[in-house]
Design a protein around this ligand. Structure first.
Ligand code: NDP
Length: 391
């Protein structure tokens, strides 16, 4: 029997919900492009419930207990004497999420001799030291596509929020004011602006598609060029790298994985080449930008706004400078954890576990590391030459 250690974010401060704002979720039949939604044999939760927090347990409790496995669910993950650190030593499977990452460092792999499978209940396995996973023969899998559209919607939301100066305007209302001039002195139309994405994978392309009706000029850079038909359909301008794209953009959105090629890509030097007053959106990973360079650029006016939901480390400390820098639209890491996304990543996690217990292959598109090398989606999107250190 296996021991599964699952690290999830805390329940709401008012307790686990007993009712929800909406009765159900729209029924989707497939992901854009045709990839199948998760296909577990069964689920023990109602789509639309809070599954990503400790009490939700990704809807796995009954399933694992019925099979006789041991499930430990905790949010206590960082300190050397944390529940995660203690339970890891004899764990067979670790499940974690990018929103509340259980950083699986080389040191932690060394302390977990039985560990065979690390599942990311979401997308983005950079909290796992992939080189160490390869060295220890651990399979790493994530639920590819489960929240790509959720994130794309968030990107569109924050682009509009920053450009239209929505957040300060909302705050004037809450404060009891009617300060139109204060609200509009930083408010513009998105129409006509040049918007560029660093990476046009599942999220980046979904952002491009959603922005096309706004009458913007769309640019992108990626390691692989999109099919010509898509470039024509969306009237896209391709750039060979971020360096050649950002100087022409009014808005830049980052949608690439964190790996050695992208770590600290947006530093003082690259940001200085952007248009003065550009907006930078990052829902990918915090360490793709230089934390303090972003603060400096907002303070100097080089950037007119910065928004996203990814921080380093997570949870962000109370004194993280992004909480107080000017003209930001930051949230905690939530874009990929809507109740809609949770239903998909919980079902996908169960699908991966069912395959693992049955000895069936895990879908190629879910695999990041397998058989001692990058595999599946991981072989396509990641590199491990100098795997970004996870601490
Ligand atoms: P995909 O794998 O579909 O797309 C990633 C794209 O990034 C691929 O097209 C890949 O290129 C491209 N890419 C990789 N390296 C570079 C580079 N150096 N320069 C330009 N492009 C590059 O993933 P998703 O779109 O689903 O997700 C992207 C990232 O978003 C995830 O890795 C994760 O970090 C983040 N994410 C954040 C979430 C959140 O809640 N905030 C939730 C989900 C994801 P190619 O494959 O062509 O080589």
């Amino acid at each position: 029997m296996a021991k599964i250690v699952c690290v999830l974010y805390d329940d709401p401060v008012d307790g686990y919900p007993t009712s929800y704002a909406r009765a159900d979720l729209p029924a989707l039949t497939q992901y854009p492009g045709g990839q199948a939604l998760p296909t577990p044999k069964a689920i023990d939760f109602r789509p639309g419930e809070l599954l990503g927090s400790v009490s939700g347990a990704l809807g796995l409790r009954e399933f694992l207990q019925d099979l006789g496995h041991t499930l430990v669910v905790t949010s206590d993950k960082d300190a050397p004497d944390s529940v995660f650190e203690r339970e890891l030593v004899d764990a067979d499977v670790v499940i974690s999420q990018p929103f509340w990452p259980a950083y699986l460092t080389a040191e932690r792999f060394a302390k977990a001799p039985k560990l065979k499978l690390a599942i990311t209940a979401g997308i983005g396995s950079d909290h796992v030291d992939l080189a160490a996973a390869i060295a220890h023969g651990v399979t790493v899998a994530e639920v590819t596509y489960c929240n790509s559209i959720s994130v794309a919607e968030h990107v569109v939301m924050v682009i509009l929020s920053l450009v239209r100066n929505y957040i300060p305007s909302y705050q004037w209302v809450v404060k009891g004011g009617w300060n139109i001039a204060d609200c509009v002195a930083r408010s513009y139309d998105l129409e006509g602006m040049v918007v560029g994405t660093v990476a046009a994978g599942r999220i980046g392309l979904a952002v491009l598609r959603r922005l096309a009706p706004f009458g913007v000029q769309l640019h992108y850079t990626d390691r692989h060029r999109l099919p010509e038909a898509i470039e024509r359909e969306l009237n896209l301008t391709f750039h060979p790298n971020a360096q050649s794209m950002v100087p022409v953009c009014d808005v830049v959105t980052i949608n690439a994985p964190l790996h050695p090629e992208t770590e600290h890509l947006f530093d003082d030097t690259l940001i200085a080449t952007m248009k003065r007053g550009a907006y930078l959106i990052n829902t990918a990973r915090a360490r793709i930008v230089d934390r303090d360079a972003v603060v400096r650029a907002l303070e100097s006016g080089q950037l007119a706004g910065y928004a996203g939901d990814v921080w380093y480390p997570q949870p962000a400390p109370a004194d993280h400078p992004w909480r107080t820098m000017p003209h930001h639209g930051m949230t905690p890491h939530i874009s990929g954890s809507s109740l809609s996304a949770q239903a998909r990543y919980a079902a996908g996690t169960r699908e991966i576990l069912e395959c693992w217990f049955d000895g069936r292959p895990i879908r190629e598109e879910y695999l990041i590391v397998d058989g001692g090398k990058l595999a599946g989606a991981g072989a396509h999107a990641y590199s491990v030459a100098k795997t970004a250190a996870t601490v």
